[in-house]
Design a binder for this molecule. Structure first.
Ligand SMILES: [Ca+2]
Length: 370
């Protein structure tokens, strides 16, 4: 069932805010309205909710924006480092430190240029009013490579206080199986940027100790399961073969040895879809949906969606609702098809509503409401 019926198209400007109720949509478990909160965001990439109710949004060209009381502050946050805004690169994900209310620390990922090209970097800084201070680079993906493809990335804190960053292979697929290379990996670091001593490849000759998993192509989704604390990831396949995976330390997720995808224009990649020693994906999309952004839903505004996983999709401009039975994907429903645009990011808000960002030069922040 992919029935999604637009019942009503209306533009209702709420008093005192830019909110516009665009549509009422019917879906399997809930009817909902899509309310556009903010327009005019330049390729927004990630959003984060702050304890005081404000919302931060990254814009890929390199700006960090503040939304307070539903209004976009016209002044970008100062002090953002310079980013390599080329192709898929730029200012990407962000995550407040779990103790942000006390320490004000923000963690973010971005494409950075340097010797040999560009790669994904992780930095943290303190948000002090309208500026970032005490900027500190914690990780720089090595080696850098040319071109503007496959920077990943998402960053999330685990319950133990360390964080995981999912990366991309920088379109150098064979590097994804090389433990001496950060391309095509996820990494795990402490909040201060040190290598945790229990990382899976610490002490192994020729391996980079930050590596947490290998064989990952280009991941733009990461969410921590609210009950198990496990990191769930999704990644772009080539032509076909987008995947959902559960990241476990030291495991090999197969790229480019096993994949459900094929070369662009056709042609086999690797050995097939499964092989001993490689983790099979939990879910596969063929054809590709181009997933970006991922969030578990545990709120009370949509009781029928509790325990579901939401995945944004650039292709077909939709939001995918994924039903789970433990670690098994049992069903998906495709929402918002064409209603808003390419969905780059999805997050559950502290109010239990579902927030999305659209990837466009005039991108929006919108909210799903019952
Ligand atoms: Ca895989």
């Amino acid at each position: 069932m992919r029935a999604l019926i637009c019942l009503l198209v209306a533009s209702v400007a709420a008093a005192g805010s830019a909110a516009e109720a665009q549509e009422v949509q019917r879906s399997e478990r809930h009817d909902f309205r899509v309310v556009t909160l903010v327009r005019g965001l330049d390729h927004p990439w990630a959003l984060a909710f702050l304890p005081d109710g404000a919302i931060l949004v990254t814009e890929r060209p390199g700006r960090l924006r503040l939304i307070r009381h539903g209004e976009l502050d016209p002044r970008p946050i100062a002090g953002v480092p310079s980013v390599a805004a080329l192709g898929q690169g730029g200012l990407l994900d962000l995550a407040p430190h779990p103790d942000f209310a006390r320490n004000g620390m923000l963690y973010f990922t971005y494409a950075a240029a340097g010797e040999g090209g560009a790669s994904t970097r992780v930095a943290r800084a303190r948000l002090d009013g309208h500026r970032l201070t005490d900027l500190q680079v914690l990780f720089d993906q090595q080696p850098k490579s040319s071109g503007g493809l496959h920077f990943g990335s998402r960053i999330r804190f685990l319950p133990d206080g360390t964080f995981i960053v999912v990366l991309g292979d920088r379109y150098q697929r064979d590097r994804a199986q090389d433990l001496g290379d950060h391309r095509g990996k996820s990494i795990r670091l402490t909040a201060d940027g040190a290598v945790p001593p229990d990382n899976p490849f610490v002490g192994r000759d020729g391996a980079r100790p930050e590596v947490y998993t290998l064989g990952n192509r280009n991941a733009q989704g990461l969410a921590i399961h609210p009950a198990t604390g496990q990191p769930w990831q999704h990644e772009h396949g080539p032509q076909g073969g987008d995947e959902i995976n559960i990241l476990r330390p030291g495991r090999n997720y197969g790229w480019p040895v096993i994949t459900f995808g094929e070369e662009y224009g056709g042609g086999k990649i690797g050995r097939g879809t499964a092989a001993p020693g490689f983790e099979p994906p939990r879910h596969v999309w063929v054809p590709s949906i181009a997933p970006s952004g991922m969030s578990f839903y545990s709120g009370s505004a949509f009781p029928g969606w509790r325990g579901n996983l939401f995945v944004g999709a650039l292709r077909d401009r939709m939001l995918v609702r994924v039903e789970l039975d433990g670690e098994r994907v049992v069903r998906e429903e495709r929402l918002l098809r064409g209603a808003l645009g390419r969905i780059r990011e999805v997050k559950e808000g502290p109010d239990g509503l579902v927030y999305v960002l659209t990837d466009a030069a005039d991108g929006v922040l919108a909210r799903l409401e019952p």
